[in-house]
Design a protein around this ligand. Structure first.
Ligand code: HEM
Length: 584
């Protein structure tokens, strides 16, 4: 190709051999490179400036909107966050919020740093409105779940992403899983009774560990069937799940994953082990159901301390498929494995369900040992409702209003966490009090404060008094006069038999009717496992308390005030309890 021919393209022009043109070419190249670099620099500068300006503009808007919300003045550049990090006990946190609410009203803002705003809402009606409008969870919560359990479409912050899965899961939790949970709880109670009688559980037991074991067994066997009860790795799974969940928030707090830290890689290994165990139990459960003989064998061998066997209907109920197949139909068969997302959902639910249910069972047992007179009333109720020789069936448990009231009262006095947290990621939130909460602010409800507030609960707000949930018609203050004044509307087959006694029965006050009752949250992201958890826990307690009296180990301290450890409210120290067999 001649130089003339080549020169009409840039490449051709640059390839020309002519000496005089060489200098020209070099000059041209330099100019070209200069202009290109300049153009790129300008574009980057404009982009960065625009982004910065947008960020500054958003921050200014955020600050100006935040400043309009009443609250204590900012003590330093870091806001109140230093105060919170020093606040080791719930007492201080609650006291601080309580004082702030008294001084500034039902909505109080606190700066946790220059870009983090926490808005605490205390008035029940405003809380109700806020929990309906603020649809998202904190991004850190979603990140922690993702880090620990992998991708999920249940435990993520954006409501858009969870809405569909929430609906389908809610149908299952309040349908087929709810039908299972009563029988599952009786089996768990049987297992515990057997262990006590075989001296495996002799002497004092740590209330926290026993409660965790009970919660784990109920939820594990409701999800995975009998395979879970005979699974050799159940204990390892329980420990690993709690270990992985405990550190999730810490690792999630890093903006970028700390790949340079060995401990992070060790944590990742634990997460991988947990995932592999989850897949194992799903497959085992599948196999177990296929070999129904093994189920029947286990079921038949199962004798109880009271000499009774669980209802034979249980076999039919248990023969249903595993939670994986129920929740993710078509996804699980012999060759197809669970998707990452389904696996994440199962682990997330196992963690959340076990953790919260364990807290509630622990709280109930602690209250019962501290209030033996209440335990006696519950026992009288069980005896009056249930035949002595058999374990309580679904309908009998539904009649135990005083026991249900005890479960709800324990939940009221010990919510799962000190703050119920939400946020609105995209839009500002307009509360009816003409207060605008900027998008991205952390919205918090101080649950313990709201649930023990005298204006909502009366002068005995901080006292343990289950009768507050009973109307006069069924108030069991006199345990000899337990007359379950109630109307059974449905048969055991229908889900109505499992419906909340609160709505189905006369004389029972529905705790959820009180906007200040928030152990299960409220609004668009409220807990969808409430009925399932309460039904399971009540059935478990009914069958255990029928056989045993729970006593406080004499060396344990009586301290009814909750403290906070790892952002969790606890009754400290977890008391030692003794299960003493009742005379039949
Ligand atoms: C005593 C037991 C339980 C307690 C105290 C409890 C409490 C809560 C609370 C406070 C929330 C957050 C609500 C909010 O932000 O408004 C929640 C959410 C949730 N709960 Fe529970 N829960 C319990 C048991 C369960 C169980 C057994 C399951 C399922 C097996 C379950 C499934 C869920 C799910 C899926 C969410 C997330 C909803 C969402 O993010 O949209 N819960 N629970």
């Amino acid at each position: 190709m001649s130089s003339c021919q080549a020169s009409y393209t840039l490449l051709g022009f640059l390839l020309q051999k002519n000496d005089s043109l060489c200098a020209l070419n070099a000059q041209f190249l330099r100019d070209y490179a200069d202009r290109l670099v300049n153009a790129l620099l300008w574009v980057s500068l404009i982009t960065v400036t625009t982004l910065l300006l947008r960020r500054v503009f958003r921050l200014l808007r955020f600050w100006s909107k935040g400043r309009r919300i009443p609250g204590p003045p900012c003590p330093s550049f870091y806001g109140h966050s230093r105060f919170f990090s020093r606040t080791g006990s719930t007492g201080n946190l609650n006291e601080f919020l309580s004082r702030s609410h008294k001084e500034y009203g039902p909505i109080v803002r606190l700066w946790l740093g220059p870009t983090q705003l926490l808005v605490s809402v205390k008035d029940p009606e405003l809380i109700k409105e806020m929990l309906l409008k603020a649809e998202d969870k904190l991004p850190l919560t979603g990140k922690a779940f993702r880090l620990a359990f992998g991708p999920s479409n249940l435990f993520v912050s954006s409501f858009e992403k969870v809405q569909k899965r929430r609906e389908s899961l809610s149908t299952e939790l309040n349908g087929s899983l709810l039908e299972r949970v009563h029988d599952v709880s009786l089996k768990v109670a049987n297992g515990i009774a057997e262990r006590i009688d075989s001296a495996k559980f002799k002497g004092a037991l740590d209330c926290g560990s026993v409660s965790q074991h009970m919660a784990f067994s109920i939820i594990g066997s409701a999800f995975f069937g009998d395979a879970f009860l005979v699974w050799s790795n159940a204990k390892v799974y329980e420990e690993l799940l709690m270990m992985v969940a405990k550190d999730a928030c810490f690792w999630a707090s890093y903006k970028i994953p700390p790949l340079w830290k060995r401990s992070f890689w060790r944590y990742q290994q634990l997460c991988a082990q947990l995932k592999s165990l989850t897949r194992d139990i799903v497959q085992e459960s599948r196999q177990h159901h296929k070999l129904s003989g093994s189920f029947n064998q286990y079921h038949r061998n199962e004798t109880t301390t009271s000499g009774c066997m669980a209802d034979s209907n249980a076999e039919v109920l248990f023969a249903k498929d595993t939670v994986a197949s129920i929740l993710f139909p078509g996804e699980l068969n012999d060759c197809i494995d669970l998707s990452e997302e389904s696996c994440g959902n199962i682990m997330g639910m196992m963690f959340h369900g076990c953790f919260t249910a364990a807290g509630l069972i622990g709280s109930i047992l602690t209250r019962l040992v501290m209030h033996p007179e209440i335990q006696e009333k519950i026992y009288s109720e069980i005896c009056s409702v249930c035949k002595k020789s058999s374990m309580p069936d679904v309908i009998e448990v539904q009649k135990m209003h005083y026991l249900f009231a005890t479960v709800y009262e324990s939940a009221r006095l010990l919510p799962a966490g000190p703050l119920l947290q939400r946020c609105s990621l995209k839009h500002d939130l307009n509360l009816c009090a003409n207060i605008i909460i900027p998008a991205g602010a952390i919205l918090a409800v101080p649950t313990l404060l709201v649930q023990t507030d005298g204006s909502s609960w009366g002068i005995d707000a901080s006292q343990f008094n289950p009768t507050r949930f009973l109307s006069k018609a069924t108030n069991c203050s006199d345990h000899n006069d337990v007359k379950p004044n109630f109307r059974l509307t449905t048969s055991i087959e229908g889900s109505g038999a499992y419906g909340s006694p609160l709505t189905k029965c006369l004389g029972f006050e529905d705790p959820n009717a009180n906007a200040a009752f928030l152990p299960f949250g409220s609004g668009v992201r409220a807990c969808i496992g409430q009925k399932f958890a309460v039904t399971g826990i009540t059935a478990l307690l009914a069958s255990l308390l029928q056989l045993y009296e729970v006593r406080l180990d004499p060396v344990s301290k009586k301290d009814p005030n909750p403290t906070m450890s790892d952002s969790v409210l606890q009754l400290p120290p977890s008391p030692s309890i003794v299960l003493v067999k009742r005379d039949c």
